[in-house]
Design a protein around this ligand. Structure first.
Ligand SMILES: O=C(CO)[C@@H](O)[C@H](O)COP(=O)(O)O
Ligand SMILES: [Co+2]
Length: 215
């Protein structure tokens, strides 16, 4: 069974405590926090102060997806704010290996995200060092976009690499995951599904989270 990481990007920002409570009640395994800086992606969301506030309202681990330029500048701030898993984009940091080691030095889980056009080869030499690969299945920056079909091949290839090499790495998929494609995506070998509009766009968010958990 895949784990579910609801993205609050599509939640009502004026009422985050209640919005997080709903997915917690529905059985969410993580809370996915999309941090955007208006430079790496063409959108701006929130940063450590907001994360610190909402950390106090839930026990669910925080899965922090950094879509910011040179994330190494802010790692400590996100850890102090309450990040449990920190994911950086391979495209956002010049010295990816160093950034990974830096996150690990705080004893936190580390993920690396890949934009749709970035190949798996770009992370070949850091696979032994990371806990998770986040495959972007939309171009990052916005919720509510459509899943890019070519990413299915990428997920399958990554699954095979992990299995063939006995690596202890989770595959997370982010973007365009809906009730009608979730089963097909899980069957490609995905461990964690990020779901934004597919959960927060529902009339009954608790019920919708449970439906994703039961796929
Ligand atoms: O990182 C991102 C977008 O850049 C995602 O986490 C989105 O928030 C997912 O939203 P949906 O595609 O599920 O609506
Ligand atoms: Co995300």
């Amino acid at each position: 069974m895949a784990k579910i990481s609801p993205s609050i990007l599509s939640a009502d920002f004026s009422n985050l405590k209640e919005e997080i409570g709903k997915v917690e009640e529905g059985g969410a395994d993580f809370i996915h926090l999309d941090v955007m800086d208006g430079i790496f992606v063409p959108n701006i969301t929130f940063g450590p102060p907001v994360i610190k506030k909402i950390k106090a309202v839930t026990e669910v681990p925080f899965d922090v997806h950094l879509m910011i330029d040179r994330p190494e500048r802010y790692i400590e701030d996100f850890i102090v704010a309450g990040a449990d898993i920190i994911t950086v984009h391979a495209e956002s940091t010049t010295h990816l290996h160093r950034t990974i080691q830096y996150i690990k030095s705080y004893d936190k889980k580390v993920g690396v995200a890949l934009n749709p056009s970035t190949s798996l080869e770009s992370i070949e030499y850091v696979l032994e060092d990371i806990d998770m690969v986040l495959i972007m299945t939309v171009n990052p920056g916005f919720g509510g976009q459509s899943f890019i079909p070519a990413m299915k091949r990428k997920i399958q290839r990554l699954r095979k690499t992990i299995d063939d090499n006995n690596l202890d790495i989770k595959i997370e998929v982010d973007g365009g995951v809906k009730l009608d494609n979730a089963k097909e995506i899980i069957d490609l070998g995905v461990d964690i599904l990020v779901v934004g509009s597919g959960i927060y766009g529902a009339e009954d968010v608790v019920q919708r989270t449970k439906m994703f958990k039961n796929i």
